[in-house]
Design a protein. Structure first.
Length: 298
């Protein structure tokens, strides 16, 4: 019998203008195998355990920083008699996107087949990361001016410092390759993450499988297969998910009309957008806005 891990599709603040959540957690019994369609990092501050990412296991001790990409299967274990205390940060890939042709932190996705998903920090590097994340945590709990701008900046700094550290470690290990496939047991192409990243950057446009096939020099059938293997969804459903998530955020956080939102997230007409939204959410966009505004007001 094939085992399918939990597929987590929501997190606090996901459908907001700032899809970001940071928490400090204590795990006494680990966390079950799961995957999700958003980004996550964790940083251990106390205790001992281990983590499995797509069948690759590593220890977790104070100073362990892990960066998990969407759709990677991961599970956390705690050592007997231990509590594992760690920060967990979940956020949308959109927060890492830069305008225009600036690729920003795209290297974080392109290097996933040659670099590990974690790094063990120690000494000054561990202290610096600990202070940075603790500062970000305090900022997240507050409500001062420019909070979101500062959090976004700190998030990028955290990820840059992580990436620099794992590159240094890889160089010290003579660039030893650690293969991590996008999904346990998958045969997806190593180029899958640039494809996923490109879709995230361009889902608001009129995007078709033929466009992706041409850009990434793959047949339409092969690129369709790769996307399905990685995300568990067809290209069309994956595209709808990204667009509807953006639409939910705009419905809740702006006064844009539903028609304007439909065009903004990539649908050519209000009718198409409303139909797809209703099929996915069980409610039309206008009523979704009313329900969410009422829920948040209470």
């Amino acid at each position: 019998m094939t085992y399918f891990p939990d597929y987590l599709k929501t997190y606090p603040n996901m459908d907001s203008s700032f899809p970001f959540h940071l928490s400090k957690n204590t795990l006494a019994h680990g966390f079950r195998a799961h995957r999700h369609d958003y980004l996550e990092f964790s940083f251990v501050i106390d205790g001992h355990g281990a983590e499995m990412i797509n069948d690759v296991k590593h220890t977790m001790t104070p100073g362990t920083f892990t960066f998990v990409l969407p759709y990677q299967v991961h599970e956390i274990f705690t050592d007997p008699g231990q509590n594992l205390v760690l920060f967990n940060c979940t956020f949308s890939m959109d927060l890492l996107m830069e305008p225009g042709h600036d690729q920003g932190l795209s290297g974080l996705f392109q290097d996933t087949n040659t670099l590990p998903a974690f790094v063990q920090l120690s000494g000054q590097d561990q202290q610096q990361m600990s202070m940075l994340i603790e500062d970000m945590y305090q900022e997240y709990k507050g409500d001062e001016r420019y909070r979101q701008t500062l959090l976004k900046s700190k998030l990028k700094e955290v990820l840059v410092r992580f990436d620099r550290s794992r590159w240094k470690q890889a160089e010290a290990d003579h660039l030893e390759v650690v293969e991590i496939a996008p999904i346990l047991g998958s045969k997806a192409s190593p180029s899958v993450w640039p494809i996923i990243h490109y879709i995230h950057r361009n889902y608001q446009e009129d995007l078709a499988l033929s466009d992706l096939a041409s850009r990434f020099s793959m047949s339409i059938s092969r690129i369709s297969e790769v996307i399905k293997q990685t995300t568990g969804q067809t290209f069309v459903h994956f595209l709808h998910d990204l667009r509807l998530r953006h639409a939910c955020s705009l419905l809740v956080s702006t006064d844009m009309s539903v028609t304007e939102i439909a065009l903004e997230v990539g649908y050519g007409s209000y009718k198409t957008f409303s139909r797809i939204f209703r099929e996915s959410k069980g409610i039309v966009p206008k009523d979704y806005r009313k329900v969410e505004h009422g829920r948040r007001a209470t």
